[in-house]
Design a protein around this ligand. Structure first.
Ligand code: CA
Length: 235
């Protein structure tokens, strides 16, 4: 179960990869290193990363080719890509962004800036992993401290229910199928029965108490988290 965002570093220079990995680990990320496109693809096939840091100049396929390929595949197309490169001139930057990179960082770079940029792309692409707090009605979910508050009172919640709630509140008002929730909350490398989702939804509603009604079952489709409807007069 992935608590920390997994960052795939595709970089052929061990010194740079190591420096980035150490800083990522300190910054609360889980780094995975691949030296080239082949190794990177193997990592992606095994476990889909949350972010890819992609060096431009690689042995074999270039970062540009890899970015284009990952953008065109359904499985990888939603994964943010940050291109790392020693080339800083304008036409290359444009090429990198055209290939589907979300951001572009020129070597040498400050690792603090790199981490800030990773957090920024995660906020844009996957808000549930950015470690920010989200409020919906009287319900507050804080990903940095793993706390949930309802009407100002803390709610006791287990880690799995927390991740489920954090995902739902960051993608509220949308209906999520059980398969999508398994993929996004448990990770796509975990093979579980869809019934698992129902079990955790039930536990989540119980943990939320009065706020449990915000977790809606959409028949035949899945689940949705929405703000409670404004009180209406009962006739
Ligand atoms: Ca390189």
């Amino acid at each position: 179960m992935n608590q920390q965002p997994r960052v795939l570093i595709v970089e052929d220079e061990p010194d740079i990869a190591e420096l980035v990995a150490v800083n990522l680990r300190h910054g609360g990320f889980e780094p995975v290193w691949a030296r080239d496109g082949v190794a990177a693809q193997r990592e992606i096939d095994a476990v889909l990363p949350d972010v890819i840091l992609l060096d431009w100049m690689l042995p074999g396929q270039s970062g540009l080719t890899l970015a284009r390929r990952w953008r065109s595949h359904a499985r990888t197309k939603g994964v943010p890509i940050l291109m790392l490169t020693a080339r800083g001139d304008e036409p290359d930057k444009v090429q990198g962004l055209d290939a589907g990179a979300d951001d572009y960082i020129t070597k040498p770079f400050s690792t603090r800036e790199l981490l800030a940029r990773i957090r920024a792309v995660l906020r844009r692409r996957a808000p549930e992993q950015a470690g920010t707090s989200v409020k919906l009605g009287a319900l507050l979910v804080d990903a940095a401290t793993h706390t949930v508050m309802w009407q100002g009172q803390p709610i006791k919640i287990s880690p799995t229910e927390f991740r489920l709630l954090n995902y739902l509140i960051n993608h509220r008002d949308r209906v999520h199928s059980r398969a999508q929730l398994l993929d996004k909350v448990w990770g796509d490398h975990v093979f579980l029965e869809e019934r698992t989702v129902d079990v955790h939804i039930k536990r989540l509603r119980e943990a939320l108490g009065a706020a449990g009604a915000m977790v809606e079952t959409v028949r035949g489709t899945g689940y949705r988290l929405s703000a409670p409807p404004a009180p209406t007069r009962q006739d």
